[in-house]
Design a protein around this ligand. Sequence first.
Ligand SMILES: [Zn+2]
Ligand SMILES: [Zn+2]
Length: 166
Amino acid sequence: MRKDWDTYFMDIAHMVSTRSRCPRRHVGSVLVQGKKLLGTAYNGAPMGVPDCSEAGCMISEEVELVVSGGIETMVKKQRCIRTIHAEQNLLLFTDRADREGSTVYVTDEPCWTCANMLANSGIIEVVYHRAYPKDTRKVHEMMTQKGIVFRQLQAYEPPQQTVVID
Ligand SMILES: [Zn+2]
Ligand SMILES: [Zn+2]
């Protein structure tokens, strides 16, 4: 069966994510204008700098407010801060003119910082696959305020060869 465009571009985003060398998270993103692919990026250390596979992840511990069943708890979370996020790399490697009116496909729901930057980048739509509950509420709210279409491909299944096991 022929793939629809959402599946087609999300498949490419997942393919791109396999380039990531951070064992904690493989994220890929692509810039699409109309039906044209204008850029690809994944999360990684700056070029020429040792990445997570060489130098290990750079772990930062943060305290996060988690709300579950109406109960708020503070939970300690670890994350790798060595990498530039895929969405930020995508913005670093594409032109403003190419982003105007374009769509970003990204394997994972953007974090708050990436969402904030995407909102100011000229793009008009973000399509993601895996949810990122931590920032989802404020990100959705901001995207609505900006009038950016923000949608999840819920029934989507990534191609088998892009599932990375470290
Ligand atoms: Zn890492
Ligand atoms: Zn991010």
